[in-house]
Design a protein around this ligand. Structure first.
Ligand code: GAP
Length: 435
């Protein structure tokens, strides 16, 4: 397992995220708002890369999975049917001495972790975020921002079936925002009030649930392992205490999390027929499926894989952060790194070098997210790119003007290699395919 006990790892990652434009605290100029963050120029590139990888894996590598993009606000009855109005609650306790508040589930002992004071009895709070629609006072309609993204998939399942040639078993996937009035938001991106989820709802015959549950559990773990720097830092955790909709649940955890108990990245949930049966009951619509070959009529059962985009982002950063001698390196998988290549003219005051470097830069950026840097010395430029995870830097020197080759330097090994300019695109394309 990777040595993760680096001192103040979380603080260092938070600071790097702010300093280099990955993540900013939300509405900072007004003093911020707890549980809300903005993705900066590098953060949004990385997050988009991550989401694109997930989306392509789901929809292109699986012929039997299609995507949707549902609305954040739905008819409020959805949350009654889903059980969230009744059961989506967090137990909150308060220290009688220092008045700090905690989620009761997070406390190992029955006393305040900050001052050892006595704590109150837990009070239950519903964490759905309410909102109001309409403009006329007294006629406004109460609604909720969705507490979990997946509900729209259940609402749209029949329409998907009617508009595609899919047959059970099949999957519907979605990436989208969810909102929760978390009683104790914290640990940076880990527990926010607004966050993004990537969900797959796999619909199958009830007799095949066990098979598909095991299948998706292992597929999802393999996918996460393929993008982490140290895959051995991931593991499964089996839940004993289950959410109201689940009969069986495993988490994929980032086992080396420096935040102690806060490790969950994705949940694999046995939702069975809970959701579709409830929506059929509350909407009065028939949501059963008729097998076109056997004529059998049944409510599809569901295996859900529901992960946090932001938590994955955070764990990838913690996993990739390294300090080597006097450099900080983000050893991100190149597919996820915000920039793939950085192009430098060896000297900024030599027009020939700048012109040639600029031409290469203009050409590469058509295909890859490419950075340009002509400030300071070459060593500083390398270190600056290492810190944001750019896997390769290409330097154009005087030799390049003669032999038409550039020096490509690798982020992790720091090894350098001369590559012909005419082969550069192909070179980086192949490198990316290898990771
Ligand atoms: N549809 C099932 C569902 O929402 P969940 O375990 O409550 O299940 C799924 O959430 C994933 O969403 C979690 O594994 C986590 O990665 C992410 N998540 C949940 N609450 C979060 C929060 N407050 N901030 C950031 N991510 C969160």
């Amino acid at each position: 397992m990777k040595e993760i006990e680096k001192e103040n790892l979380m603080e260092k990652v938070v600071s790097l995220c702010k300093r280099r434009g990955f993540i900013f605290p939300g509405s900072e100029i007004y003093g911020g708002l707890q549980g809300f963050y903005d993705f900066g120029p590098l953060g949004v590139e990385m997050k988009n890369n991550l989401k694109q990888l997930w989306w392509n894996w789901m929809t292109r590598e699986h012929d039997d999975i299609v995507g949707i993009d549902g609305a954040i606000i739905t008819n409020p009855k959805v949350w009654e049917a889903s059980g969230h109005l009744k059961s989506f609650v967090d137990p909150l306790v308060e220290c009688k001495k220092c008045h700090h508040r905690f989620k009761a589930d997070d406390l190992a002992e029955n006393k305040c972790p900050d001052c050892s004071g006595e704590i109150t009895e837990p009070k239950m709070f519903n964490i759905l975020v309410p909102t109001q629609l309409g403009v006329v006072e007294g006629e406004k309609q109460n609604a909720y921002l969705r507490g979990e993204a997946c509900q729209t998939i259940y609402l749209d399942y029949k329409s998907v079936l009617d508009t595609t040639r899919l047959k059970i078993p099949f999957g519907i996937c979605q990436i989208g925002k969810a909102f929760r009035n978390e009683v104790t938001p914290g640990n940076f991106l880990f527990r926010q009030r607004e966050f993004e989820q990537w969900d797959l709802q796999w619909l199958c015959h009830p007799d095949e649930m066990e098979k598909w549950f095991e299948y998706w559990k292992s597929e999802r773990m393999a996918w996460y392992k393929s993008i982490f720097t140290y895959p051995e830092n991931l593991s499964f955790y089996q839940h004993e205490k289950l959410a109201h909709y689940a009969k069986k649940a495993f988490d994929i955890e980032y086992a080396a999390s420096p935040m102690g108990k806060e490790k969950e990245m994705e949940g694999i949930h046995w939702r069975g027929d809970w959701d579709l049966s409830r929506h059929a009951e509350f909407s009065g619509q028939d949501l059963s499926y008729i097998d076109p070959e056997t004529g059998e009529k049944f409510i599809p059962n569901i295996v859900e894989t529901s992960g946090g985009v932001d938590r994955t982002f955070l764990f990838l950063m913690l996993d990739a952060y390294s300090e080597e001698d006097d450099r900080v390196v983000l050893k991100l998988n190149p597919k996820i790194a915000p920039y793939k290549v950085a192009v430098f003219p060896l000297l900024a005051n030599k027009p020939q070098l700048v012109k040639s470097a600029r031409k290469i830069y203009d050409d590469l950026k058509k295909q890859f997210m490419t950075a340009w840097d002509d400030r300071g010395n070459i060593g500083k430029r390398y270190y600056s790119q290492d810190e944001i995870g750019t896997p390769w830097c290409a330097t154009i020197d005087f030799e390049s003007l003669k032999d038409k080759k550039v020096t490509v330097r690798d982020r992790d090994s720091m090894k350098q290699k001369r590559v012909p300019i005419k082969n550069l695109k192909e070179y980086f394309k192949n490198k990316l395919l290898e990771c």
